[in-house]
Design a protein around this ligand. Structure first.
Ligand code: AMP
Length: 279
């Protein structure tokens, strides 16, 4: 497996691969990331992974400085999952002096966009750059970040980017907590309490599957679980159209239910797609 630190190194390597899968990450790899890498490898036969903590998607006061970084460990894990190369640039490689462009996808209705203004423009900008550098056949993203998935799908469709966007299911710990690099911030007590997030999603999902379609009723089921966990500080419980992210306040057969919940200083997000399908 090769390590590329510059755009020029990636461009020199790219012709070696006909079909290339791509998994963009911020590093601190966990089993969720490794599942994405294996999936991309299985689809394309070769896979590139980027490891880049993208400064322009963090607002002042967020966790840019304390975000966990361990490139040596990430390289070993990426190689073990089948990565053919890792692109780990310095911020100055992607944002040299004079850099001033921004990709703005819109989709401003989303709850996460409202909670983190400017975040998704930072994400879309770096992903557009990474796609142009890596030129992947397929790029794999995780459903864990559902709003990000909607933004990237729109970005690729609207700008005619020649890449297929593939969304992989959320990988979870045995107690249901969605795997996340930020879980390492949690104290043992917070870690135990954080399982309430997926339990709350599960409670709403169970109600949905037994026929409940009203977001206001489902919201009560979510609030009951989160309200019973004293350490959980709920930031939002949102029901939205999974593609446009427009909020839903009336019964619907297909809804993205997403949550942002704080445990101490740590902010966790999770979601479930409620889809009645042919039922
Ligand atoms: P991150 O390093 O957190 O920016 O995540 C990089 C990619 O991994 C994104 O596409 C995430 O959605 C995905 N990802 C993160 N956590 C999980 C998870 N628990 N299950 C599946 N994909 C994940």
């Amino acid at each position: 497996m090769q390590l590329c630190r510059t755009v020029a190194q990636v461009r020199a390597l790219r012709p070696r691969f006909e079909r290339l899968g791509f998994v963009p990450t911020m590093g601190s790899l966990h089993d969720g990331h490794l599942g994405l890498i294996r999936r991309a490898k299985a689809t394309c036969g070769a896979v590139a992974v980027s490891v880049f903590v993208n400064p322009i998607q963090f607002a002042p006061g967020e966790d840019l400085e304390r975000y966990p970084r361990d490139l040596e460990r990430d390289l070993e894990l990426a190689q073990g999952a089948g990565a053919d190369f890792v692109f780990a640039p310095e911020p100055s490689e992607l944002y040299p002096a004079g850099f001033s462009s921004r990709v703005d996808v819109g989709l401003t209705h989303g709850a996460e966009n409202a909670a983190r203004p400017g975040h998704f423009s930072g994400v879309a900008t770096v992903v557009a750059k990474l796609f142009n550098i890596v030129q992947p056949t397929v790029a794999v993203f995780g459903q864990k970040d559902a709003e990000q998935c909607a933004v990237i799908r729109r970005l690729a469709a609207d700008l005619d980017l020649p890449v297929k966007i593939d969304i992989a299911p959320t990988a979870r710990e045995p107690d249901g907590l969605a795997m996340s690099s930020r879980n390492s911030y949690l104290s043992p007590v917070e870690r135990a309490a954080a399982a309430a997030v997926s339990r709350a999603l599960g409670a709403a999902q169970a109600r949905f599957h037994s026929g409940e379609r009203d977001p206001d009723v489902l919201r009560i089921a979510v609030a009951a679980v989160l309200g019973a966990e004293p350490l959980a500080q709920t930031q939002y419980v949102a029901f939205a159209d999974p593609d446009s992210l427009a909020p839903l306040s009336t019964p619907a057969r297909r809804m993205l239910l997403s949550l942002a919940v704080r445990f101490g200083r740590t902010r966790l997000i999770d979601n479930v797609l409620l889809d009645a399908g042919g039922i």
